[in-house]
Design a protein around this ligand. Structure first.
Ligand code: BDR
Ligand code: CA
Length: 304
């Protein structure tokens, strides 16, 4: 069996973030070094609280480092916008709960940089929220770009419309300047955008079956995912996009994706702000296609 991939998940939990983290906690191909949190689906203090709660739930004894409370340059979104999708507390209708653990004294950018330094060339950073902390790590730590092995981010939309505006996906919309810095950094980067994450879906029946098989861990996902799926059903879709789980799975099962290396940039102003633009910019690997059936099977068979 190959050595598991050392991974940090940078996250704004978030319903699909919860799916991704619980998945990562149970995939033997992944060695989670820690979670870092960022504003996005909820304000950062709630993201940290939710990340700690997921660690309690999954029995994950790993550091959780809090990160950015606001975007690098643009004004933050009204939290009510994200609350329409993820609920005011992040997990839809599930009430908040005080976690048993506390966050690390080190913040997200410092934590990423120190892990990348300790395990030089071995750490995959999977960013499933606005990519603000990663840009901050680049600014603060000149050795970070050379030490981190690769960045896989959930965000963007290359050939399909956005989900917050007709052009932009939510994570890239919320901090396009941070993404521009990451793309220009020279770090090998893989974009897992709406092109593939909207093809990989989970239905109410899928989550109900998962909860029945594993009530202790996956039971938690059922209520939030039910509401989350409702939003997709209103748009005529049979289930929710497995956005953040797809990015985590892309870190350890790249063969499930068709990927091309293309020039990529992000629009920094105007009506198309946050749009990921193929054809101009630094060479970036972009997922263009996915074996959706295999990815869904891998995700829903988590816990064996
Ligand atoms: C992305 O935005 C957030 O709402 C989700 O958690 C995911 O990371 C999907 O566009
Ligand atoms: Ca997310």
């Amino acid at each position: 069996m190959p050595k598991p991939t050392k991974m940090i998940i940078d996250t704004d939990p978030g319903v699909d973030d919860a799916m991704a983290i619980l998945y990562a906690a149970h995939d033997p191909a992944i060695e989670l070094l820690g979670l870092t949190t960022v504003f996005g689906n909820v304000p950062v203090q709630k993201a940290t609280r939710n990340a700690l709660r997921l660690c309690d739930l999954a029995g994950l004894d790993i550091p959780v480092a809090e990160g950015a409370a606001r975007p690098s340059v643009v004004a933050p979104l009204d939290p009510a916008e994200a609350a329409r999708i993820h609920g005011a507390e992040g997990f839809g209708p599930v009430p908040p709960q005080t976690p048993q653990r506390t966050p690390t004294p080190e913040d997200a950018a410092d934590f990423m940089a120190s892990m990348a330094r300790r395990y030089r060339g071995e750490v995959t950073l999977c960013a499933i929220g606005p990519i603000t902390n990663v840009a901050e790590a680049l600014r603060r730590h000149p050795d970070f770009a050379a030490n981190i092995a690769k960045i896989v981010f959930m965000g963007g939309a290359a050939q399909v419309p956005g989900n917050v505006t007709p052009y932009a996906e939510a994570n890239t919309y919320q901090d396009p300047h941070a993404l521009a810095e990451v793309l220009a950094s020279g770090i090998p980067t893989l974009m897992v955008g709406l092109d593939v994450t909207m093809q990989t879906t989970g239905s109410r029946a899928d989550f109900a079956a998962l909860a029945k098989r594993h009530p202790d861990h996956c039971g938690f996902l059922q209520r939030p995912s039910d509401e989350y799926i409702g939003i997709y059903e209103e748009r005529g879709l049979p289930g929710c996009g497995l956005h953040d789980p797809a990015a985590v799975i892309a870190c350890v099962a790249p063969d499930l994706f068709n990927t091309s290396k293309i020039p990529l940039s992000v629009v920094l102003k105007g009506p198309e702000i946050g749009r990921t633009l193929p054809g101009v910019g630094a060479t970036t690997a972009v997922c263009a296609g996915v074996d959706a059936q295999q990815l869904e099977e891998r995700f829903f068979s988590m816990f064996g």
